[in-house]
Ligand binder design. Structure first.
Ligand code: ATP
Ligand code: MG
Length: 351
């Protein structure tokens, strides 16, 4: 059966990229199929072990989920470390995946930097844990930003290798099911996940550097619009955002080689629920001095209510904690079934 899983790391301030690339899609997916959304605290410690106030960071991601419109009655909201099945399946996937697969991951290369020998083993294994997050719920659809595409391909590779390596045992155990794989249908245990990466803002870029994605972990606060920014901060950051001296083109082809212009037009399109073409029909020929104030108004109008609701929710951490606890129980009920099946398939003795 179709099911959605996605998550966000509690590593800092949520930004417009997280909102447009992930959270807003999560909200929309609730109408399509059952959804689980987690705050991935086990992932958060891969790049930096000691996080400042992991508990409150976790609550603030959960608050953003709720404020944006994820309904805890319909969707399961929880923090990853509460459900031990993620770690258990990740270990098994560490033995399925190959070191070479991990070494090719661009996120690892970016985050490890030059001193790769000194990166945590967890940072290298990050995609294996992410595959476990998804497959422990046998999720079929994963809404994410473009930067996570390579990790989702690796999730498919892990599922395919597990299904292949254990094909006889899966068949013998009676736990196999029909898994659609491209044109054919195979007998296997884990589904082959579809990434959902669509719309005009799958990769929101830094406001300071059109070649870098907007990130929570970017040291420059001016590089991103945070979900907690007020109208004044949004106006200041958009005003300072890097642009080129030319007017906006009247067609998307004219954005080629203009990453900063492309980014701002993409953000506008995503916030307005339209396309780059449509935005350029409206603003083509105008200068950034005219476009930027319109973008500020739209951003303030779209984010303002979410920010206000997040603040209200964070005043009552008890409520957020209760949502995460109850979500954790629901998630655990699904995950523990998968872990039992996987142990049986591998041949591990269990109670
Ligand atoms: P970090 O810098 O700590 O990795 P992050 O901003 O990349 O933080 P994540 O928690 O790693 O955030 O990612 C959460 C979700 O947000 C993922 O689905 C990711 O693809 C999406 N996302 C992150 N940055 C962007 C961006 N700039 N544009 C669109 N989507 C994004
Ligand atoms: Mg990231």
């Amino acid at each position: 059966p179709p099911r959605v899983l996605s998550g966000i790391q509690p590593t800092g301030n949520l930004h417009l990229g997280n909102y447009l690339g992930a959270i807003r899609k999560f909200v929309a997916m609730q109408d399509e199929m059952p959804c689980l959304f987690c705050v991935v605290d086990l992932h958060a410690i891969t790049a930096k072990l000691v996080q400042d106030d992991l508990a409150n960071q976790t609550r603030s991601i959960a608050a953003a989920y709720l404020a944006a419109g994820i309904d805890p009655e319909r969707s399961v909201i929880f923090n990853q470390s509460r459900v031990s099945g993620h770690s258990e399946l990740a270990w098994i996937f560490n033995c399925v995946a190959r070191i070479g697969w991990m070494n090719r991951m661009t996120q690892f290369k970016d985050k490890a930097g030059k001193d790769r020998e000194n990166a945590s083993l967890g940072l290298l294994a990050y995609p294996s844990l992410m595959a476990a997050d998804i497959l422990v719920y046998r999720a079929t659809h994963v809404p994410v930003g473009d930067d996570q595409k390579q990790h989702l391909e690796l999730t498919r590779d892990i599922a395919i290798k597990f299904n292949n390596d254990f094909s006889q045992r899966i068949a013998a155990s009676g736990l196999g099911r029909e898994i659609p794989m491209g044109e054919e249908v195979v007998n296997g245990y884990f589904p082959i996940t579809d990434p959902i990466i669509e719309g005009p803002a799958t990769r929101v870029m830094s406001l300071k550097d059109g070649s870098k994605k907007m990130s929570k972990s970017d040291p420059s606060d001016l590089s991103r619009i945070n979900l907690t920014d007020d109208a004044e901060a949004i106006a200041r950051k958009v005003k300072k955002a890097k642009t080129d001296p030319d007017a906006l083109p009247s067609e998307t082809a004219g954005l080629a080689g203009r990453p900063e212009a492309d980014n701002l037009v993409g953000i506008y399109a995503a916030l307005a629920g339209t396309t780059r073409d449509e935005v350029l029909r409206q603003f083509g020929g105008q200068q950034f001095s005219a476009f930027k104030p319109a973008l500020v108004d739209l951003a303030v109008e779209s984010l303002g209510p979410v920010t206000a609701e997040m603040r209200r929710l964070l005043d009552d951490p008890g409520h957020i904690d209760a949502v995460l606890k109850s979500g954790g129980e629901k998630a655990n009920a699904i995950a523990s079934e998968t872990i039992k099946d996987v142990k049986d398939i591998i041949g591990m003795l269990r109670d």
